[in-house]
Design a protein. Structure first.
Length: 148
């Protein structure tokens, strides 16, 4: 898991061949003008999901994990307090892994919470279980899905 600011994004470009393309898209796109929805960038290998939704409580948030995708979750407006726990420490699954949706949920409690303000992002790798969208207000964010 990585927590950082957009001004430091170049530090992480070398971690995956598609990270530079995601950060280039961030720099060259008016993300605030995008309607909520899915935006394909490179087929199924790299796409963006724009969300503008009300936050939920910590108690209502479930940890989730993905196998096929890395998430770069960039907050545009509001504060998204994202929970985190090492996937290997999650022992109470809600259900089985859904290959179609590339997701599995867990009842385990996060080990830590990261208050992520606008222009900050979290990168979650497949070994990172995370509980996003915890906020007292609306959250506008973009999630980049990068194929492992």
């Amino acid at each position: 898991m990585i927590f950082s600011t957009l001004s430091q994004s170049d530090r992480y470009a070398a971690l995956h061949p598609l990270f530079p393309r995601a950060f280039e898209y961030i720099r060259n796109t008016d993300l605030h003008a995008l309607a909520p929805g899915i935006y394909p960038l490179i087929g199924d290998d790299l796409f963006a999901i724009v969300e503008h939704i009300p936050g939920r409580t910590r108690e209502a948030a479930k940890l989730e994990a993905h196998r096929r995708y890395i998430d770069i979750q960039l907050v545009l407006a509001g504060v998204d307090e994202m929970g985190w726990k090492q996937l290997s420490d999650c022992h109470d699954p809600v259900d089985e892994y859904s290959a179609e949706r590339d997701i599995r949920f867990f009842n385990d409690a996060p080990d830590t919470w990261i208050a992520t303000p606008p222009d900050h992002f979290c990168i979650f790798f497949p070994e990172d279980a995370h509980a996003p969208l915890v906020s007292e207000g609306q959250v506008r964010k973009v999630i980049f899905k990068i194929a492992v």
